[in-house]
Design a protein around this ligand. Structure first.
Ligand code: ATP
Length: 614
């Protein structure tokens, strides 16, 4: 319903554009109107991959060129109409996307961007080598409709407008569905997305397939409009840059960004090219270069987001809700804030070091033979020569809260990464309800019932609390509605209903910690791994979060929690596993563990243990 309602502005835009196109008779300006739409469609195609996933593609010309050459070769050799070749181009583009995506998604960041650059350049040389330096569409004025060679150029503009409207609607549906949510989650934090149950490779492949198909459609129609195709004009660097620039200038990750960018930039560059092109060859490249510099300096995510952020800031200031910190323009929480302090001092106000206060939960010794949910058996992991986790074995009983403690560098986070599939152990087994988990990916483990939060918080800062949490709910939800409902329940469980509409980046550390808990909770885990969930919290905040964790445990979720400091943990856990130098030092109930000499030594040094003995 929302998606349909949001089509109002699109309908208005299309009507206004069509009206302008109808009154312009000059064929040069008419061509410009058509090209604005073609580049907007191309920009939207780039946006589907790079705008939503954050994987910057410098190679979209590959797909555009495939579309262009399919159209021209189809007519030159087989006398095929563009009504047939453009759909073929779409299919070939999608296939090319899949072929390119599979190997290239192994690379990250700059490496991905550079690898993408290679594809259109390779195709450029291949097509030159094949002798397709310059191909012209044969004139077929006898069948103008069949060959899209209309005498009235306004019809081209209208066809391009239909393509744009179709692309905007498709993109809109992607944006608002599980598809778009998965892509945004990947963009903001791929590891957190995997841990929330998203099969990141599969969604990225879907994104590049759709993106390449749209790019090929744009390329196919571009040929119909310009009639001539050369390898540099469709596979060239400037073509890829054009997609990237209109999207970045207008706004990435939104349907309106590429449209806005194209409407502003294409006429400027075309007019400059017409007026100055003879005297200053390459003036278009200068315009796009300047546009990129301006965007980087003034509005790193494009005009659309800049304007939206300003409006949102203003409305929040008016409503007295306080100034939001990052909004869409980027996180303003510092890394230290996100991390929640340095860990050692993380649980501010809570006494650290061995505290012999009794556990309200535990007390009795472990009852052997109880139902084991997770069995860790002889697990080891080394990084080069460093043995981060060595032959670690312990069981987690169903329904208990198990605390994993140990000094800095003891191997706690590495152990969690082994348990939820981020790392593969060099040796050992991890059994969840008797089933081997080693070798499974994080999203598969999430599906199997293992939820996880992170020491360095990994919220999706630019998504609302509700959207952050719904990402975690999709893992078992069949429909968007079901996912929303589960997310709402999880948000209510952790007590964040009042701020469900706020952006992740506008929350306090405590709210962020609770939001992460809710996201993990929304996936209905059997086992929840909490990595320093109390870090960076004040005394009363620690109490609030502990209350929520206890509530989750009472609801039947088994919890394994890492903390540095024992003060807060003795109030919470049934049992401890103490790690030191990657090995299990001691295992037992809080009462005995907090008095154990080895634990005191590991935390405070030998001097203290002698003091305790005395
Ligand atoms: N990817 C990695 N590559 C190399 N060394 C690593 C890697 N991850 C962790 N280590 C090292 O392994 C050891 C254990 O680190 P880990 O983060 O698991 O400890 P921790 O107990 O969680 O520490 P902290 O409480 O400070 O977070 C440390 O010496 C760390 O430097």
């Amino acid at each position: 319903m929302n998606a349909v309602r949001s089509l109002g502005p699109l309908a208005l835009f299309a009507l206004a554009y069509a009206a302008v196109a109808m009154v312009i008779t000059n064929s040069y300006y008419q061509l410009m109107l058509t090209l604005v739409l073609v580049w907007a469609v191309f920009g939207l195609s780039w946006n589907v991959l790079s705008g939503y996933t954050g994987l910057i593609s410098f190679g979209h010309a590959a797909f555009f060129g495939i579309g262009a050459y399919t159209t021209v070769l189809g007519q030159v050799y087989f006398n095929l109409s563009p009504w047939i070749t453009i759909p073929i181009a779409v299919a070939l583009g999608a296939l090319a996307g899949l072929i390119v995506g599979f190997p290239t998604f192994r690379l990250r960041g700059h490496y991905f961007a550079l690898a993408m650059l290679a594809y259109p350049l390779a195709l450029l040389y291949v097509f030159e080598w094949l002798g397709y330096q310059e191909l012209t569409l044969p004139m077929r004025r006898d069948a103008p409709f069949t060959y899209m060679q209309f005498e009235d150029p306004r019809i081209n503009t209208l066809i391009a407008l239909v393509m744009l409207v179709a692309t905007v609607i498709a993109t809109r549906f992607i944006e608002r569905s599980r598809f778009g949510m998965a892509l945004l989650a990947i963009k903001q934090n791929e590891a957190a997305a995997e841990a929330a149950g998203i099969d990141t490779l599969r969604w990225k492949l879907r994104a590049i397939t759709v993106s390449a198909a749209i790019a090929a459609m744009a390329g196919g129609f571009y040929t119909v409009v310009l009639l001539v195709v050369t390898p540099p004009s469709v596979f060239g660097m400037l073509v890829s840059a054009q997609a990237l620039t209109v999207a970045m200038f207008g706004g990435v990750g939104t349907v309106w960004g590429p449209v806005l960018g194209s409407v502003i930039l294409i006429p400027i560059s075309e007019i400059l090219h017409a007026e100055l092109g003879a005297r200053i060859p390459g003036i278009q490249g200068v315009v796009f270069g300047l546009a990129i510099i301006a965007v980087i300096l003034l509005a790193p995510e494009g005009i659309y987001w800049r304007v939206r952020d300003l409006l949102r800031k203003r409305s929040l200031a008016k409503s007295g809700a306080g100034m939001p910190s990052p909004l869409r323009g980027g996180p303003s929480l510092s890394e230290a804030e996100i991390r929640g302090g340095d860990g050692a001092s993380g649980t501010a106000g809570v006494p650290s070091g061995p505290t012999p206060s009794p556990s309200p939960q535990g007390g009795g010794e472990l009852r052997r033979g109880d139902d084991v949910i997770l069995s860790v058996q002889g697990v080891s992991k080394s990084f080069g020569g460093l043995k981060a986790v060595q032959n670690v074995s312990f069981d987690v009983l169903r329904g208990e809260i198990l605390g994993i403690i140990g000094p800095n560098g003891a191997g706690k986070t590495t152990l969690f990464n082994l348990l939820n599939g981020f790392l593969r152990p060099d040796a050992g087994r991890v059994l969840l309800d008797g089933t081997e988990m080693v070798g499974r990916k994080p999203h598969e483990l999430c599906r199997a019932g293992v939820g996880r939060t992170f020491q360095v918080m990994r919220p999706f800062l630019r998504m609302s609390v509700a959207d952050n949490v719904v990402v975690g709910a999709y893992v078992h939800a069949e429909t968007d509605e079901e996912a929303r409902r589960r997310a709402d329940e999880a948000i209510a469980t952790v007590g964040l209903t009042d701020v469900a509409d706020r952006l992740g980046g506008e929350l306090t550390t405590k709210q962020l910690r609770l939001m992460e808990l809710a996201r993990a909770l929304a996936g209905r885990p059997r086992l929840l791994l909490l990595d320093e969930t109390l870090a960076g919290l004040g005394h009363s905040e620690v109490g609030d979060v502990l209350a929520v964790i206890r509530k989750l445990a009472r609801s039947g979720i088994t919890i394994v929690i890492i903390e540095h400091t024992m003060g807060a943990m003795v109030q919470l856990v049934d049992r401890f596993v103490v790690l030191d130098h990657g090995m299990v030092l001691v295992e037992g109930v809080p009462k005995t563990v907090t008095k154990d000499r080895r634990v005191i030594e590991a935390y405070l040094g030998k001097k203290w243990s002698a003091h305790v003995d005395a």
